[in-house]
Design a protein around this ligand. Structure first.
Ligand code: ADP
Ligand code: MG
Length: 624
């Protein structure tokens, strides 16, 4: 038989490789920005159109390329950054694989212009789907410009796979921020569809962080600085009172490269132990410098994980230095301000064995599972209360869960009451309640409400039940009724990053329908003068943070699902949590409220809200 194995033609091989390197427009942004940084540029412009789907262009004032290199750079495994395998251990550049440009050129239309400082003329090359289209000399400024158009033009399946512009744009912002935060010594500008989104002048690290996020960030930051022989840590962490609901502003850089590390995240969280509310996330911008030979950077091109020689020492140093900073800036309780004595004696890299500090690490902790990290820190947040308007028609509720659903009427305002813990808003509770359809309720384990019914008993999950009640109420407000809002005495200024502001802008109409009144929306903050009636002022920022984090994967296209998402998110934030004790009245009202819902059986997240046990079932258990 004749042999059947053939070498793939280059353009096919490149297209396959491109699948790994280029997943979305943001991958192109990352590769081009990193190349510009590697070319020692001091000024880098990023220009994108349609969330990068039609254009990603990066213009730098770096070293540029000569004619030969300009052709060669599109070849696979063509790199100027390493020559020998040993070079991998002394890497000082972002790139080294020589794959990015070959991959990008295989799946897009690329126009490159480049000129070295000492040359008279530059060169301009057009390449489409790995095919050279043209090459010309041209009068050009020093540096390089890559314009990548029509990404995935020759792989329709990949193109169709791209998410909405909002989602793709978010990914681009993420990549841009990661590079911009790592290089405050480079001036970055970023334009989307002709508008300037970021303009970050060369500045100090602190100013860069503030410029990337918002002016308000400055007051949140506590500096961290630690020099040891194995690592230098510098950067900032946020004061605990500014902790957020989501993990959006958490950055580790190792030797100026953005990385993700569940293990180091754990170390940061350990430094905040006892001073953060359950589930709250601090912001951090931490820059670690380690000798290049102590890390293994030889990772998948698009991955951000990294392997350290001595992770446990890094863990201890990081935790101690953050704890120290929080203590020094008086944001941690005094007792926590214990400087780790290990830090007073510098680490000696070679005889590290003896110097490794004793640390308490959760032995079941798996640094590579994000889930674990979350679980470790995300408890149920303590009963932030909320109030809701109770529907009136609650009589006969027992029959509801056997199929005779009753239409809820959420318009009646006469019976407004509150779930807020007593000391806060006990006075809001209206004692002259309407007659209760349910009586004899009993709360068990601050989690379930049990009540006898004709056929036996019902057990209601308090958190899920309240989510259902709030969800239907928000949805009705948004879709059927003009939501009423409460005027704030003093308008609320809330600060957000520019990407979060984009989301808020997109959501504005739906938010107004829930009762928000926006007096102003600016680049980095909103001024809110009215809020939905069933939310308290102190809950607003939590509600919005939760909403933004729920929408990280994009805003649903149609307004119905947009409303649905907002109602779900707000119900999740505001519902009474497992672990909150409820008064008898609150329990009764919750159960009645649930059974007045259109769909009382499940929470908005499709989890059962209650179960019933018939007397016969109970009898059977006793018969055993
Ligand atoms: P890598 O960055 O891994 O070396 P790339 O495919 O991204 O691989 O780039 C190939 C080569 O092209 C680089 O090694 C560099 O020599 C050259 N190059 C790419 N972008 C630029 C740029 N903006 N300025 C100067 N040279 C560049
Ligand atoms: Mg590169």
């Amino acid at each position: 038989m004749s042999s059947i194995i053939q070498l793939l033609p280059d353009h096919v091989a490149n297209q396959i490789a491109a699948g790994e390197v280029v997943q979305r427009p943001a991958s192109v942004v990352k590769e081009l920005l990193e190349n510009a940084v590697d070319a020692k540029a001091s000024d880098i412009k990023l220009i994108i159109k349609d969330a990068g789907k039609s254009l990603v262009q990066v213009i730098d004032n770096g070293l540029g390329m000569n004619v030969t290199d300009a052709r060669l750079c599109f070849e696979r495994h063509a790199t100027s950054k390493i020559r020998h395998a040993e070079d991998l251990f002394t890497l000082h550049t972002k790139g080294f694989r020589g794959e990015a440009l070959a991959s990008i050129a295989a799946i897009a239309h690329v126009e490159m212009k480049t000129k070295q400082d000492q040359e008279e003329l530059g060169i301009q090359i057009v390449i489409e789907g790995s095919k050279f289209v043209s090459q010309e000399s041209a009068v050009l400024p020093k540096g390089t410009s890559f314009a990548v158009k029509n990404l995935f033009f020759n792989i329709p399946a990949r193109r169709n796979f791209l998410k909405s512009d909002t989602v793709e744009y978010r990914h681009i912002i993420d990549e841009f921020q990661r590079v911009a935060l790592a290089h405050p010594n480079i001036h970055f500008t970023f334009y989307h569809n002709g508008s300037e989104m970021f303009n970050l002048p060369i500045s100090t690290l602190r100013q860069r962080v503030v410029n990337v996020f918002s002016g308000k960030t400055n007051e949140k930051l506590v500096p961290v600085q630690e020099d040891t022989e194995i690592v230098t840590v510098q950067g900032f962490v946020s004061k605990p009172e500014f902790a957020k609901k989501n993990r959006g502003e958490q950055f580790f850089f190792v030797n100026d490269r953005f990385i993700k590390s569940g293990y180091l995240h754990h170390a940061v969280m350990a430094a905040y132990d006892g001073i953060l509310k359950d589930g709250a996330q601090p912001s951090y911008f931490l820059y670690l410098s380690v000798p290049p030979n102590s890390i293994d950077i030889n990772i998948h091109p698009t991955k951000t994980e990294i392997k350290f020689d001595d992770e446990s020492a890094l863990y201890a140093i990081l935790r101690a230095s953050i704890k120290h900073s929080l203590g020094q800036f008086n944001v941690a309780p005094v007792l926590d301000f214990e400087r780790d004595s290990n830090l007073d004696t510098p680490y000696h890299y070679k005889d590290l064995e003896g110097a490794v500090p004793t640390i308490q690490v959760d032995s079941t902790f798996n640094p590579f599972s994000d889930d674990k990290v979350n679980k470790h820190y995300a408890g149920s947040s303590s009963g932030s209360g909320s109030s809701y308007k109770k529907p009136v028609s609650t009589s006969n509720w027992e029959s509801l869960y056997v199929g005779l659903k009753q239409e809820a009427d959420f318009t009646t305002e006469s019976t407004e009451f509150s779930f807020e813990s007593d000391e806060v808003t006990g006075s809001l509770f209206n004692d002259e309640e309407v007659e209760h359809a349910v009586q004899n309720v009993y709360q068990i384990h601050k989690k379930y409400i049990v009540s006898p019914i004709k056929s036996g008993m019902v057990i209601v999950d308090q958190q899920r039940a309240h989510q259902r009640v709030l969800y239907e109420q928000f949805l009705t407000n948004m879709t059927v009724h003009q939501a009423s809002s409460q005027q704030l005495l003093f308008p609320l200024n809330l600060y957000f990053s520019s990407s979060e502001m984009e989301l808020i802008d997109d959501l504005k109409l739906s938010l107004v329908n829930t009762g928000f009144v926006f007096e102003e929306t600016n680049d980095d903050h909103v001024v809110i003068s009215g809020i939905p009636v069933n939310v308290t002022e102190s809950e607003i920022s939590m509600v919005l943070e939760q909403l933004l984090s729920d929408l990280q994967d994009g805003i649903p296209e149609n307004s119905f699902s947009q409303n649905d998402t907002i109602a779900k998110s707000m119900a999740k934030s505001l519902a009474v949590k497992t672990g909150t004790s409820l008064t008898i009245k609150e329990q009764e009202n919750l159960v009645n409220g649930l059974f007045a819902c259109k769909d009382p059986n499940v929470s908005p997240f499709q989890k059962p809200t209650f179960i019933t046990m018939r007397v016969e079932d109970i009898d059977k258990k006793f018969a055993l």
